[in-house]
Write a new protein. Structure first.
Length: 1136
């Protein structure tokens, strides 16, 4: 009840407040301020009530927690402007823009003689402009009671004050010393800043404006800079003074914030001091002379940012403080004698950031932040000293660097134990690795030559042994896993680098140690992923050890190991891992043994690939490797019974066949079975294992089926005259495969393969018998045989045939299109082919594909008219007749143009009607001297569209005659282009039919889609009017003006009599535009400033009228313009 009562009181208060505003007792600014204060007061009451309810319902045990919980500040609701406020804002903008336009125009008129004015008059003019703005502000505020406009003019007048003072110096009215080029030019800047600052300070207190507070601060800041510059200080001392000024600003803020009368200034000073400090810092960072003094300025700036953090209470300043400290220390070290101790000082700075919160008593809870800062500084120090060592010392090993790396690593190990962050863990391990690597580099320099990749690998290996497996040292407890991860990554990277440089001996040593490392990880690692990967890396690294050593022997001991190529290396690696699998089994490591067995087969597979990719020095190496591969993969299948292995056996058998053939073949007598023979062999093996081993049967049969089509293609290329034997064999094989298959999709594939083989048998047979018939007739004969088989067969065999027959026959029909011109029997054969395909499509109800043979028939008919030498008239007659025949055939076969049968998801379309349009469209390509042939194609198309009225959905039936009438424009314009039209009426003859079409469309639609047709009518009338206007402007004759005026007047009268807005307003607009264009020389001769004066006067007049109308509305008196507007609007509402 209390909430409802309070809401009622709030509503009543706002109603009374709006009444006081409307009656003129309160201004808009005061009303807004009171409304916001009352709204905030209401939100605070709700927040307090909610807090009291929470305290009442909170249990006693949680009382202390609820008391310490901070109260969330209610979200301030974004203010929405009322209609009255929006109106006042628009009046203000209109008045402002109008005054500015008038001012620009007036200034141009007034300053046309600026060069003839004296300096005193020029500065006086600027002062007069400022005074004018202040006068307008007074009138707007006191007379018109528009607060915002008065404030805007006050701002404009205030901005001219520094311009006026600077103009005095510019024109030398204050003497040569205080001129722009004089010695006291900076003191002129002081006057131009401090004197306006007094006015800004006055307006700040008078208007309580934050903008003038900022003007005051900016003027004081700029004036202070000019004052420092006036003493001609060096650049670095100038910035030192600027930083002292920033410190003074912070002190002044500390003094102001405790005094309530300066609240407006203290609130804005927080933001100003931050912005001023940031800008000063940016300028100082890029402009300086002395590096030592520059570093002192940076450190002083850091202290000021630290002070700003205490003053403003914002912890974010510690980022800038840290950056300034680091950058200042860097400048101090690099430009002084401290350069020798640079790494030590950087480390001390990093430790200093961790100690700083203790010195500040952690006032801002920044302990964690400064620890992270210490980590970042340490990391940057690591990068810097490393780059310095590489670039400046040419990567020379250094004991000092090694010690520095150990110190940085200890720093991160400490941070890891404090925060337990994964990033610190890995950084600690990386820094330790860097220290170890630097140590091995020292060994390389002083004791023995070690390849740098092997140095990296040994550093990672030592990191793994010392840290990754250490379980005793508590300090290293949290970096144990990260050290293992880093060591693995480093060792892999070292292996890659050695591989790139082909250091085979070092690579073999690394692979051996990596296998040992994998075994160590397998025993000490608890993470499942690592143990699973280690099981596989042990045999892989072992095999690569043998392969790398073999490559080393082949590369560097070539005379002793001639012919010891890469494929043999991989085969020996496979044999070694295969033997090791039994050794691991004896040691009780069954998982490693199983992995080794699989990896051995993988190496052998790589050996097979290498025998094809890489060159060999003996023709029998590849057959031996492939034969061994059959044995290897057979053992793999016997042991693991994997389904994929029989495919490997079958593919290896295929490759071994060709490899052995190439090794022993010395004659071409059996060349025609070179490729198909292996296919028959694979089929024979598949049929042999059909009932014994289904996986072997499946693998060999699929390999044979995939390879056999390629074998047939190769046999055609090599021995085309004997290929029919291979295709007959293919028919038998595919027929047997279809009979043995149990799945429907396999039966279809083998059936279609048999049909394809039948076509190729017929094609090669015709070629072998030297018949005249070409390839298209092979398609035709095959299609006839398949159609006979389809008519003779029964389901389900009958249902499989159309999926092959239709695309095959379409391809066959397309083959007739190659090689024009044709003989008479060719055209008859194509016509027979078309009838057969259309008959089959009609029987199987595949109406969606009927367009393809119909389009091909159109193409052949078109080629017939071209190559048979028919005249254009007879060609038009033939194609038009065929189009009409096809159009009425579709009308007889289909009741609807588009329909959907029950139980089917696809739509059926009468493609006979659709393709007939193609026949009509191609008539446009024929040109004759007979005039009746010009509109004939368009008339036939329009007729075809008109005949579809009763064949479409009733919902769309009304649009068919509309489309037909619209298309009639094409034959009309085609005929008009053939006739000689009077130049005076040519544009009218071309554009006015569109108006007639719109009229007919509205008659046909009979009130349907009224909104759309009205917009269309508007658009057509406007476009037609613009085209007629453009024609009149182009010719500029009195006759065009009379015609345009007559048409526009006719449109106006028609609109008035039939009460249609579009005709009336378009006609009136064209008539007025015609009058304007006839008087355009007058408007074109007016100067540009006249337009500014007119526009400004109009804006001021509109704003004044709105203010006057507002006053009349408050009194309840309607204006004459309002009455006239309402009468016109009421009348126009009755029109269409």
């Amino acid at each position: 009840m209390a909430g409802a009562y309070r809401e009622e009181r709030r509503r009543q208060f706002r109603q009374d407040l709006n009444t006081l505003k409307e009656e003129g007792y309160l201004s808009a600014a005061i009303t807004d301020e009171v409304a916001r204060a009352h709204h905030q007061y209401h939100l605070d009451l709700m927040a307090e009530e909610k807090l009291e309810k929470e305290e009442v319902h909170t249990p006693i045990k949680q009382e202390s927690v609820s008391v310490n919980k901070p109260i969330q500040k209610p979200q301030v609701v974004k203010k929405t402007l009322s209609p009255e406020e929006l109106r006042e804002r628009n009046i203000t903008w209109s008045l402002n823009i109008g005054v500015i336009l008038l001012l620009i125009g007036g200034l141009f008129v007034a300053t046309s003689n600026w060069e003839t004015m004296t300096p005193f008059m020029k500065s006086g003019a600027i002062a007069a402009v400022s005074a004018l703005f202040f006068l307008l502000a007074f009138l707007s505020k006191k007379v018109l009671n528009i607060e915002k406009t008065g404030f805007a003019f006050t701002v404009l007048g205030s901005l001219f004050l520094p311009i006026f003072i600077l103009s005095l110096g510019w024109f030398g009215l204050l003497g040569s010393y205080l001129s722009i080029q004089g010695e006291g030019k900076y003191f002129l800047g002081v006057l131009g800043s401090f004197v306006p600052a007094i006015a800004y300070l006055y307006f700040s207190t008078k208007l309580q404006s934050r903008l003038f507070v900022w003007f005051t601060y900016i003027s004081i800041s700029v004036g202070s800079a000019f004052l420092l510059a006036g003493f001609s200080l060096p650049l670095d001392y100038f910035y030192l003074g600027i930083m002292l000024f920033n410190g003074l600003v912070i002190y002044v803020y500390h003094w102001l914030k405790s005094r309530s009368q300066y609240t407006l200034f203290s609130k804005e000073m927080v933001h100003f001091s931050q912005i001023n400090l940031v800008l000063s810092t940016l300028f100082m960072l890029f402009v300086y002379d002395n590096h030592i003094l520059y570093s002192v300025n940076l450190l002083l700036t850091a202290v000021i940012y630290l002070s700003m953090m205490f003053v403003s209470g914002k912890k974010e300043f510690h980022f800038v403080f840290s950056a300034m400290i680091v950058y200042g220390v860097y400048q101090l070290i690099e430009n002084s004698i401290l350069d020798m101790a640079g790494p030590l000082i950087y480390a001390l700075v990093a430790f200093g950031f961790m100690l700083l919160p203790n010195l500040l008593k952690d006032s801002f809870q920044l302990n964690k932040a400064f620890q992270y800062t210490s980590a970042v500084v340490s990391g940057l120090a690591f990068i810097y000293i490393s780059l310095e060592g590489i670039l400046m010392k040419m990567g020379e090993a250094s004991f000092i660097l090694m010690v520095a790396y150990f110190i940085i690593a200890l720093n991160f190990i400490y941070l890891t134990n404090v925060h337990k962050k994964h990033l610190f863990m890995y950084l600690s391990s990386i820094f330790l690795f860097t220290a170890f690597f630097e140590g091995f580099a020292l060994v390389d320099v002083n004791l023995m030559d070690i390849h740098y990749a092997l140095q990296m690998f040994l550093a990672g290996f030592v990191l793994l042994l010392i840290v990754g497996t250490n379980k005793g040292a508590k300090l290293l407890e949290f970096i144990r896993n990260s050290s293992r991860d880093v060591s693995i990554g480093i060792m892999i990277l070292a292996i890659l680098l050695a591989e790139l440089e082909e250091s085979w001996l070092a690579l073999g040593m690394m692979f051996g140690l990596f296998a040992l490392s994998s075994f160590i990880i397998l025993k000490v690692e608890k993470r499942k992923l690592y143990t699973q990967v280690a099981i596989w890396t042990i045999p892989v690294a072992s095999g690569l050890t043998i392969a790398s050593i073999g490559q080393y022997l082949h590369s560097y001991q070539r005379y002793l190991f001639q012919g010891f190529t890469e494929d043999i290396h991989l085969a020996l690696a496979s044999l070694f891992v295969f033997i090791m699998s039994f050794a691991w089994s004896k040691l009780g490591e069954q998982t490693i043994s199983r992995a080794s067995f699989l990896v051995a087969n993988g190496f052998y597979l790589l050996s097979i690939l290498a025998s094809y990719i890489l060159p060999t020095e003996n023709d029998w190496i590849q057959p031996l490797i492939l034969s061994g591969g059959i044995l290897m993969f057979s053992l793999l299948y016997i042991r693991l019974r994997l389904q994929v292995v029989p495919f490997m056996i079958s593919i290896t058998t295929l490759l071994a066949y060709f490899s052995i053939w190439e090794a022993i073949n010395e004659t071409d007598k059996l060349e025609f079975i070179h490729y198909t023979g292996v296919g028959v062999l694979l089929f024979a093996v598949a049929f042999l294992f059909h009932e014994k081993e289904k996986y072997i049967y499946r693998a060999f049969s699929w390999t044979a089926h995939i390879f056999y089509p390629m074998a047939l293609a190769f046999s055609i290329l090599e021995s085309f005259d004997k290929a029919e034997f291979n295709f007959l064999t293919a028919i038998l094989i595919y027929a047997m495969s279809m009979k043995l298959s149990s799945k429907e999709w396999q039966k279809k594939i083998f059936l279609y393969a048999a049909f394809t083989s039948l076509f190729l048998t017929i094609a090669t047979g015709l070629e072998r018998l030297y018949f005249y018939f070409e390839t298209p007739y092979a398609f035709l004969i095959t299609s006839i045989l398949i159609l006979v088989l389809w008519l003779w067969s029964k389901d389900p065999f009958r249902k499989r045939i159309p999926y092959y027959y239709v695309p095959f026959s379409i391809l066959g029909m397309s083959s007739f299109l190659i090689g024009f011109p044709k003989e008479g029997p060719d055209y008859l054969a194509f016509l027979l082919y078309t009838m057969i395909v259309l008959f089959h499509l009609q029987k199987v109800k595949w109406d969606i594909f009927t367009w393809i043979p119909l389009v091909l028939l159109w193409k052949v008919a078109l080629e017939f008219t071209i190559y048979e030498g028919w005249s254009n008239q007879w060609s038009i007659a033939l194609l038009a007749g065929l189009g009409i025949l096809i159009l009425f055939t579709g009308k007889l076969l289909y009741k609807h143009l588009i329909y959907k049968e029950a139980g089917k998801s696809l739509l059926n379309i009468d493609f006979y009607t659709v393709v007939s349009l193609l026949y009509f469209l191609c008539l446009y390509r024929f040109e004759t001297e007979m005039l009746w042939t010009v509109p004939l194609p368009g008339l036939l198309i329009s007729l075809a569209i008109w005949l579809q009225q009763n064949r479409v959905n009733p919902k769309w039936r009304i649009f068919v005659p509309v489309a037909s009438i619209i298309f009639l424009l094409q034959p009309y314009y085609g005929l008009m282009m053939e006739l000689e039209l009077p130049e005076l009426f040519e544009r009218e003859i071309y554009v006015l039919p569109f108006v007639l079409v719109v009229i007919f469309i509205k008659k046909i639609l009979k009130g349907s889609y009224e909104a759309f047709t009205s917009r269309l009518q508007w658009a057509i009338l406007i476009i037609v009017a613009l085209l007629l206007i453009q024609d009149g402007l182009a010719s500029s004759t009195i006759y065009d003006a009379i015609i345009l005026g007559t048409l526009s007047l006719t449109s106006m009268l028609a609109g008035m009599f039939i009460r249609v807005k579009s005709y009336f307003f378009v006609g009136a607009g064209v008539l007025l535009l015609n009058v304007f264009l006839q008087t355009r020389p007058f408007w074109g001769n007016m100067p540009w400033w006249a337009y500014l004066l007119i526009a400004g006067s109009i804006l001021i007049g509109v704003a004044s009228y709105n203010e006057w109308h507002k006053q009349k509305a408050v009194k309840g008196e309607p204006t004459l313009i309002t009455k006239f507007k309402e009468n016109v609007i009421n009348k126009l509402k009755e029109w269409k």
